[in-house]
Design a protein around this ligand. Structure first.
Ligand code: NAP
Length: 247
């Protein structure tokens, strides 16, 4: 097992990609702390599922958009689990609309949840990682942060910001043996993409060389690689998990 006894924090893991990541890393022996914001029942059921699989696990209701919650959360996790070895900044939302119709609130909500949260969580997680002289931070960005998206200026800006954050963090704390990388998923089948109509989905799939949407597990496999020592000499990178859609 590649992560035996390690403590991993995955933000936004009550469903979708975050849940797939937590399941994958738990199978490799990691103890899992995860957050959610509103899905209390799903989160409780998932916590029980992880514990039944034989690892330590706890779900925390914590709003990623609230800067002040990050430090408290990390302190609680270190107290409960004894360490924090891997941070996966996954929590994210979309509020899509054309820029000319986009409100300040829609901009702020997406930037706060997707980007400011990664800043707050990284800043908080760095402390126990620096003490341990080891750590891996993985930011879930998007190919939209690389190529842009009509109707997604707020989302694209937040995800492009995560890539800049990733590279800067890698430069700042690489000397402390803490790595920071990003994963840019393409079209992954979750509740986030379920809202798109079938026509739009089919159009997307036509543009993907591998001719299918991705699954949370496709992203989780890449997270596992970046979380464990197999990627010990990789930092500051963005890996696209998009079926070849963006090259
Ligand atoms: P999803 O199915 O909508 O799930 C989002 C998760 O984030 C849920 O667990 C949700 O918790 C949590 N969350 C949302 N707002 C939060 C907040 N303020 N604080 C804490 N947790 C919060 O989304 P997904 O498709 O799995 O996406 C996960 C990540 O991958 C996002 O960052 C997204 O931008 C990125 N991504 C997704 C795709 C895709 O095609 N799906 C592509 C590229 C990148 P609740 O259940 O409590 O709401």
């Amino acid at each position: 097992m590649k992560l035996n006894g390690k403590t991993v924090l995955v933000t936004g893991a009550s469903r979708g990609i975050g849940k797939g990541i937590a399941q994958k890393l738990a199978k490799e022996g990691a103890n899992i702390a995860f957050t959610y914001v509103s899905s209390v029942e799903k989160a409780n059921a998932f916590e029980a599922e992880l514990i039944a699989s034989g690892v330590k696990a706890k779900g925390y209701q914590s709003n990623a958009a609230d800067f002040s919650e990050a430090e408290k959360l990390v302190d609680e996790i270190v107290k409960e689990f004894g360490s924090l070895d891997v941070l996966v900044n996954n929590a994210g939302i979309t509020k899509d609309t054309l820029l000319m119709r986009m409100s300040e609130q829609q901009w702020d909500d997406v930037l706060d949840t997707n980007l400011k949260s990664a800043f707050a969580m990284t800043k908080a997680a760095m402390k126990p990682m620096m003490k341990a002289k080891a750590g891996s931070i993985i930011n879930i960005t998007s190919i939209v942060g690389i190529v842009g998206g009509a109707g997604q200026a707020n989302y694209a800006a937040s995800k492009a910001g995560m890539i800049g954050l990733t590279k800067s963090v890698a430069k700042e704390i690489g000397s402390r043996n803490i790595r920071c990388n990003a994963i840019a998923p393409g079209f992954i089948e979750t509740e986030m993409t379920e809202v798109l109509g079938d026509d739009i989905k089919q159009e997307w799939i036509k543009t993907i060389p591998l001719k299918r949407g991705g699954k949370p597990e496709d992203v989780a496999n890449c997270v596992l690689f970046l979380a464990c020592d197999d990627s010990a000499y990789i930092s500051g990178q963005t890996i696209n998990v998009c079926g070849g859609m963006v090259m």
